[in-house]
Design a protein around this ligand. Structure first.
Ligand SMILES: Cc1cc2nc3c(=O)[nH]c(=O)nc-3n(C[C@H](O)[C@H](O)[C@H](O)COP(=O)(O)OP(=O)(O)OC[C@H]3O[C@@H](n4cnc5c(N)ncnc54)[C@H](O)[C@@H]3O)c2cc1C
Ligand code: FES
Length: 249
């Protein structure tokens, strides 16, 4: 974990409320593992005071990108960041998705969960190009399916679901999960989605990345606690964000 002073390269709108922010990374991109996140200081002012956590969407030589949705004070400020503006971030933080050799991988992304799944997909595709990689991708509406061509190129199949049915199936992404072969499931999205997925795929090895609200981001404030099945608390920032499904549900 390092504190990096960085410079914005680009901040592209991809939909009415999704943006791709790319910034310099001073070499730490080489330490990034799929599932890691960073804490971005969105402004030097005291309001909003906290850093904001974002999954690492992608890395390339000298840069890191995050895909973010504008939902509140911090992300409203991020949306206005222009190329060359200085920001700083702490990271890479958190654990990563364990990946073992396999013929078959299943990915489930809900909403901005695709941000965490994208770099995982890229890593799996480069390590196991001949494996079957099925992505179940759910969103509120079709505008959330950003960078579709790039993501489809990393997968064998992509099954789209929207809540209103304006693209793909109509309903929740977990309504359409259909697993026939031995696989490992990797998922990121709202906690109710992860719970429903787990109920429908019991017995299949799974790894879920949680997006609980965070304050300190480094295990001090205890604000990101989640209850495990054994009744003990774990902290998403320090112990996660990735957990085995059967540890939590
Ligand atoms: C490990 C991790 C990875 C994340 N990765 C991404 C990512 O890649 N892309 C992305 O867009 N977002 C991601 N998030 C969520 C992101 O951190 C929040 O959306 C962001 O901090 C909101 O900041 P804000 O100041 O704009 O919103 P605020 O003004 O703080 O809040 C606005 C509203 O959003 C709600 N809210 C804030 N944070 C969350 C949250 N974590 N979950 C649900 N509701 C929330 C608040 O309750 C409030 O109603 C991630 C969160 C975590 C913990
Ligand atoms: S956010 Fe403070 S302990 Fe996790």
């Amino acid at each position: 974990m390092k504190r990096i002073k960085s410079r914005i390269i680009s901040n592209k709108p991809l939909s009415p409320d999704l943006f791709l922010l790319t910034f310099t990374s001073s070499g730490v991109e080489n330490e990034v593992l799929p599932g890691n996140f960073i804490n971005i200081e969105v402004t030097k002012s005291l309001d909003p005071f906290l850093r904001r956590p974002f999954s690492i969407f992608d890395v390339s030589e000298g840069t890191i990108s995050v895909l973010y949705r504008v939902i509140g004070r911090g992300t409203e400020i991020m949306k206005e960041l222009k190329p060359d503006k200085q920001i700083d971030f702490i990271g890479p933080l958190g654990n990563s998705y364990p990946i073992s050799e396999s013929d078959n991988f299943t990915f489930v992304a809900g909403g901005t969960g695709i941000a965490s799944i994208h770099y995982l997909l890229k890593t799996v595709e480069s390590s196991y190009p001949n494996s079957t990689k099925t992505l179940y991708w759910g969103a509120k509406n079709r505008y959330d399916f950003v960078l579709r061509n790039e993501i489809e190129d990393l997968c064998t199949d992509v099954l789209y679901t929207t809540e209103k049915g304006d693209l793909g199936n109509k309903g929740f992404v977990t309504d359409f999960i259909d697993i026939k072969n031995k696989t490992t499931i990797y998922a990121c999205g709202p906690t109710p989605m992860l719970k429903s997925l787990h109920d429908k795929t019991e017995g299949i090895l799974s790894y879920y990345s949680f997006e609980e609200r965070m304050a300190c981001g480094v295990g001090v404030c205890l604000g990101c606690a989640i209850m495990t099945k054994s009744g003990k608390y774990k902290y998403v920032c320090k112990d996660g964000p990735v957990f085995r499904g059967d540890e939590i549900f």
